[in-house]
Design a protein around this ligand. Structure first.
Ligand SMILES: Cc1cc2nc3c(=O)[nH]c(=O)nc-3n(C[C@H](O)[C@H](O)[C@H](O)COP(=O)(O)OP(=O)(O)OC[C@H]3O[C@@H](n4cnc5c(N)ncnc54)[C@H](O)[C@@H]3O)c2cc1C
Length: 399
């Protein structure tokens, strides 16, 4: 095979999943991760449809179930914690707002790392700083100073991929969807129970609390922020981000005071402008993009992890079936792009529709959500509540 050794940037979800599938197809992978270890933090991610099938084919189903957060569903509540609408995790065939299989992102990432480390070279606390493509190989310079040659390089280093930008320049279109979101872990309280709770406060603010499987609670604070605005809150230092969140969420009501107080000592605050990534081509010479680095659909889609899994499966399958990397990369894109585009096609009005500015808007949202629980109406609201995870038939790449 022409492409025996593949360098992958990013040990998140897509990177280790690709290392797994390359190994299954007889190819070797090196993974370079900028962080000093597999990253903790983040909330739950869901594996749906084709992503779940890939996980099953990896033999991971039981391990995933063992780590599942087992939320019973989601309750939309008002300022006094009165339930205004409910979706159980089984609603919409297990594919609704809370999927049947929800797992902490950190657990999934660690699981994939443990699974692949026996046969994968992992380089932590390092990253690619230079890449030069020759006819036969790619010469890579690492921040640590090493220089090495690889047959192929895959950028799987997330929505703000630096590796992608080194190769594709400004071809990647990173589009903010109009929401800034902060995630962090806070001490659990008995009243957090086993249900996710979602609270809309006026002026386009949302607070969510989700019980995890470690006795702690995952909190998020999100607020509308104009997609074309130039405030770059994600670039502020954590103390300045906390001050901003205190300002934006002042007097928001419900459990917000508890959440803000706990945020001040949270070990893992992560704030970002929620964005999508679109690219005119997914490869350039011997370099391809994978997962959020190439086609991030944003957490609003509920499809990021599913795309990372299916992308890894398809890319490895095509590489094993084509001696020429150009053919493999072209097929990878032909097969997966339509699915990625469906995942990125957020319903009209999202996120504004789920994050109203006024009290009247919040009342309307609750009415619509309540109606969605009725089977006849649910069909019409599928587009808003059920991601298109089942719209992709996985190719079967025989070994
Ligand atoms: C800390 C964190 C928390 C998240 N929390 C959530 C969440 O709560 N809900 C949700 O839906 N999605 C969340 N996501 C995004 C989610 O993981 C992805 O949408 C999805 O799983 C696709 O994964 P990915 O591997 O493509 O990207 P990611 O999961 O973003 O992984 C990218 C990896 O690349 C590493 N990296 C970054 N730059 C470089 C570089 N230059 N060189 C080498 N490595 C680099 C990062 O440290 C990370 O480990 C989070 C991502 C991160 C990094």
């Amino acid at each position: 095979m022409a492409h025996r050794n593949v360098l992958i940037a990013g040990a998140g979800i897509a990177g280790p999943a690709l290392a797994y599938w390359l190994h299954r197809r007889g190819l070797a992978a090196t993974v370079v991760e900028r962080a000093p270890a597999v990253r903790e933090g983040g909330q739950t991610v869901d594996l749906r449809g084709a992503g779940r099938t890939v996980a099953r084919r990896m033999g991971l189903e039981r391990a995933l179930q063992a780590h599942a957060t087992r939320e019973e569903g989601i309750r939309f509540v008002d300022r006094a914690d009165r339930v205004k609408a409910v979706f159980s995790s089984g609603a919409f065939g297990g594919q609704g707002p809370v999927a049947e299989l929800e797992i902490l992102r950190a657990d999934l990432s660690r699981l994939l790392y443990e699974e692949t480390r026996p046969y994968t070279e992992y380089l932590f606390a390092d990253e690619i700083t230079e890449l030069s493509q020759g006819d036969e190989r790619v010469r890579v310079t690492f921040r640590g100073g090493a220089e090495r040659d690889f047959d192929l390089v895959v950028a799987a280093d997330g929505a703000r991929s630096r590796t992608r930008d080194l190769v594709f320049g400004d071809a990647a279109d990173t589009r903010p969807v109009g929401l800034t979101a902060a995630y962090f872990t806070i001490p659990g309280e008995p009243r957090d129970g086993r249900w996710a709770r979602w609270y809309n406060a006026p002026e386009g603010r949302v607070v969510t609390l989700r019980p995890d499987n470690r006795g702690t609670t995952r909190a998020s604070l999100s607020f509308l922020s104009p997609p074309r605005g130039d405030e770059q809150h994600e670039k502020l230092v954590p103390e300045a981000q906390k001050a901003l969140l205190h300002r934006v969420f002042r007097a928001a009501g419900w459990e917000t005071a508890r959440v803000l107080a706990a945020m001040d000592t949270a070990p893992d605050l992560y704030l970002d402008r929620v964005s999508q990534v679109r690219m005119p081509r997914w490869s350039h010479g011997r370099v391809a993009v994978l997962g959020d680095a190439g086609y991030c659909p944003s957490p609003l889609s509920g499809m990021g992890t599913t795309l990372a899994f299916t992308g890894a499966y398809v890319l490895a399958g095509e590489l094993a079936h084509h001696a020429h990397h150009e053919q493999a990369f072209t097929r990878y894109e032909e097969v997966l792009r339509p699915y990625a585009e469906r995942a990125q096609d957020l319903p009209p009005g999202v996120p504004r529709i789920a994050v109203p500015r006024t009290r009247a808007g919040i009342r309307t949202l609750h009415l619509v959500l309540r109606a969605a629980a009725r089977p006849r109406v649910a069909g019409q609201l599928n587009r808003f509540l059920v991601p298109p995870a089942d719209t992709f038939a996985l190719p079967s790449y025989s070994l």
